[in-house]
Structure formats: C-alpha cells, structure tokens
Ligand binder design. Structure first.
Ligand code: HEC
Length: 456
C-alpha cells in the first residue's frame, strides 16, 4: 500500500478540502464576525498575515469597513465584501462562484478571473475553523442578520458606568434618572427601528471604572452612554476600543481633547478648553493690574495680563488680602471646582466662573443634583439621535460615523446645540457665569443652588 506521501495529487486535494469543508471544521458566524471586526485575534497571531500585521491592523474591517461596504484610503480601494457583490460579476470581471473561491482570495490572493489581487490585500493563514467561520460571516455581512454584540432583532442594550455608591452616589443616580427620562418615553412609543432600548448600569466606585466597563462589555452592550469617571481612564478606554464599544456622550472631563480615544465622544469640553475660556474672559474684565485667576488644569493659555494662581488656597489668600487692603483685585476668575470660594470674594470684585457645561444647565433651579439629571437626559437624547441615524442594520462604528451629522443638534429645549468636526471630539463648549462687582450700580449678583462638591 502506498504511504500518504505517494497518494495521487487528487486524493491529497480531496483530503485538504475535507479538512476545511467536512465535519472536522465547524462554522461559527459569531467567531467569523469577531475576526472580521477585530474583537478577536487570529489563531496564528502575528503570523496570520504574510506581512505580519499586528492584530489590530489584520482585522478585515480596517480596510473593508465595519459594514463591509468597502473603503478607500490613500488611493488604495478595498472593495465591498457584501456577499451579493462578491457573487456577482464586477465590471468585466467574473463573479466568485463559491465560498471556496472567496476563501482563496483571502488565503492566497487569487481574485476574480483567476488574477492575483494586489499586495494591498494581505494573505491570511487561517485555521480550518477560522476559514469556515469567516466564510459563514461573509455570507451575512451587512444584511439584517448581521447584528453587532448588544443588538438583537428587538432590543438594543446600552450600558452606563456611573458612581452609584460612595460620595458621588447622588450624582450617579441623577444621571441614571436623566437617561431613563429620555429613553423610557421612547420605548413606550416603540423604540428605535423597532427595537427597545435597554439600559444597563454598572457602579464604578467599588472596583473602579475599568472593572465596571468590563462587566458591561460582557453583557454585552452595544454602546455606553453618559458614563462618568473622574478623568481619562486609559484602562477603561482601552477595553472599550478593543471590544469596539463606542463611549457615547460621556460626561468625563479630560485634561486635553486629544486624550479621547478613537471610540470616545465626550459631551463636555476638556480642561484645556475651559482654561481658554477663562483666559479670554479675564482679558476683558476690569483693570489689567487687578486681575487674578485660579488656573484650570495645566493646559491652555495663561496670558500675562492676568495674575495666575494655582491653588484654591492661594485664591482664598488673595481674597483675604484684598478685603484688608480695600479691594486690590477687581476681577477674579476660577473654574467650577472652586465655586465654593465665590461667596468669599470681596463685594468689590467682579467674578468670572467657568463651567464644564453650558451655563443654561444651571439656570433651572431645583435640587442640587438637577443639572446632573439634565446632563443624563441630554446624553440620552444624543444617543437616541445617533442610534436613529445609524440605521436599522448598524455595525460597531455606525453611531460614531453618524457624529458629524449631529452638529447643530439641540439635545434639550433651551440648551445650546452641539458642535462637531473631524478633529473635535466633544459636543459642548464650556459655559461662563459672570457675577458683576456688587458695588456696580444696577449689577445683580447671580447665585446658583448647584453644589459641585457632588461632582463625580
Ligand atoms: C490592509 C487592508 C486589507 C485588509 C486588512 C483586508 N483586505 Fe481584503 N482587500 C484589500 C484590497 C486593497 C483589496 C483589493 C485588491 C485588488 O483589487 O487587487 C482586497 C480584496 C479582497 C477581496 C476580493 C474582493 C473582490 O471583489 O474582488 C476579498 C474577498 C477580500 N479582500 C477579503 C478580505 C477578508 C475576508 C479580510 C479579513 C480576513 C480582508 N480582506 C482584509 C485590502 C485589505
């Protein structure tokens, strides 16, 4: 009997085909989806492509788009991978006539008309399981059956990571209430594209934001809404990017805009924007020799026509001194975090207080947590609008792709519209409260019941 090495070529071919097509390998469209979208790595790791692409560049979605519609970058066109297109002729080129032919394009670059594809299309080393699963996914990619984790035929799950215990629990509860206030009435009217929006919250306090985010990713959820943690949290944000979960209308206030990751979109402006507004507001306030401001963060401009102090106690000392010397400082400025000092300012001083949110949010009165509830409600409205614009067959990035169309959107009556551009990753500009000097005839001091000590 001849050994396997003496087997006729045809028999070997059948044996190999059996490995990839028969009962040995199983087709799991969910695994195929994960490989395509980049939420799981290939078994061969860095060796999965001949060009040894790092895992995050090897995902098909990077070039062919999350929805499989194709994309072009730098003059290289990655064609659409929708099954109906693959199995139809393209111009004068023949159709792929079987799944096996499509797989040959992926593994050895054999394209339509038996012509080699350009090297811009990587050649993949796939295990038999991966090949079958990828193929099973390509057959549904971009159709109604192709739904990302967190979305089913009749439900969209949205997560929110909030401080629900500890000193900022009232803030978290108010934001959650606001989210419900926007989403519950929508569900009562039938939801979005026929799907009910289900809100799932996770507490960031006991074990930190990253653990809360991991919990939500496991549910799974399609996106996060109105999440709040104290500052940029690289670990939580890396998890979201890896799981391809957009962090929508987050209430995180970062130092710098560029700290926002590719999957983050903040509602509130970063610290550097707040400092810019403070610098501008101080430049036109009072006598140049008599301006003192508490810098907000370490970023942004600090013009020399203002005396900058860097701690709240320095500002308090300034107030004390001006009270004894008869009002040295005519204009003082600070951010929301120091608003408790506001009443310590001498009556002769005009005040400029910068808020990380539109000023209109505070003008409602009501409970101290009311601004947070309204922020949650506004974030909920924004997410609803993004989900509606993302269409009935959304993919992982659809809501982020729909962001630019959101420029000019007013999330709540009486609140300013959002602004976006390709480079801007936050929705609202900071707000400013101007309190005139009390000596100023006709000037009316404005006080707000808002207590920032409750802030996240
Ligand atoms: C680095 C970018 C890149 C990645 C990643 C990539 N492709 Fe491609 N792909 C291309 C380009 C560019 C072409 C067009 C090549 C040409 O026209 O010669 C192409 C062509 C194809 C074709 C032929 C389509 C047709 O209509 O002729 C198929 C099938 C295909 N890719 C599948 C995949 C799959 C499946 C994956 C993931 C396992 C993947 N590609 C990953 C860039 C990429």
């Amino acid at each position: 009997m001849p050994g396997p090495w003496r087997m006729p070529v045809r028999a070997v071919a059948l044996l190999l085909a059996g490995l990839t097509m028969g009962g040995v390998a199983s087709a799991d469209p969910a695994q195929g989806r994960a490989l395509y979208q980049g939420t799981a790595g290939f078994e061969a790791g860095i060796e999965a492509t001949a060009s040894r692409l790092p895992a995050r560049f090897a995902a098909c979605s990077n070039c062919h788009g999350h929805g499989g519609a194709g994309a072009s970058e730098g003059g290289v066109i990655a064609p659409p991978l929708l099954w109906a297109k693959l199995t139809a002729p393209s111009g004068t080129n023949s159709a792929f006539r079987s799944g096996e032919e499509v797989l040959r394009a992926v593994t050895i670059g054999m394209g339509r008309n038996n012509e080699l594809l350009s090297p811009a299309m990587p050649r993949y080393r796939l295990s038999p399981n991966e090949a079958r699963s990828l193929l099973a996914y390509l057959e549904v990619l971009g159709t109604r059956a192709d739904l990302p984790p967190g979305i089913s035929a009749n439900e969209i799950r949205i997560g929110t990571a909030l401080p629900l215990s500890g000193p900022a629990a009232a803030t978290g509860a108010a934001i959650l209430q606001g989210l419900h206030d926007s989403i519950d009435p929508l569900n009562a009217q039938g939801g979005i594209h026929g799907r009910t929006v289900m809100l799932i919250s996770a507490d960031t306090v006991p074990r930190g934001p990253a653990v809360a985010v991991r919990e939500l990713a496991k549910k799974p959820v399609y996106a996060l809404a109105a999440s709040l943690w104290p500052d940029s949290e690289p670990e939580a944000e890396r998890l979201l990017t890896e799981a391809r979960i957009p962090n929508l209308a987050s209430l995180v206030v970062r130092e710098k805009s560029r700290e926002a990751g590719e999957w983050d979109f903040d509602l509130l402006p970063p610290v550097e924007e707040q400092q810019k507004l403070l610098a501008g507001a101080m430049a036109t306030c009072g006598n140049p020799a008599r301006r003192t401001a508490l810098a907000i963060g370490t970023e942004g401009p600090r013009p020399s026509s203002v005396r900058w102090v860097i701690s709240a106690s320095d500002l308090a000392a300034t107030f004390e001194k001006s009270a004894t010397t008869g009002g040295r400082d005519e204009c003082v400025g600070f951010g929301l975090a120091a608003i408790g000092l506001s009443s310590a300012a001498p009556p002769s001083a005009a005040q400029r207080i910068v808020l990380p949110m539109p000023e209109e949010l505070l003008s409602e009165g009501g409970a101290a947590s009311e601004p947070w509830r309204r922020l949650g409600e506004a974030a909920g409205r924004v997410v609803i609008e993004l989900l509606a614009n993302a269409g009935a067959v959304p993919h992982e990035r659809s809501t982020l792709d729909a962001l630019s169309a959101l420029s000019g959107f007013e999330p709540l009556p009486g609140l300013p519209p959002l602004r976006f551009s390709r480079t801007r990753r936050f929705g609202w500009d900071p707000g400013l409260i101007a309190i005139p000097a009390r000596a100023d005839p006709g000037g009316t001091a404005r006080r707000t019941p808002f207590d920032p000590a409750q802030g996240g």
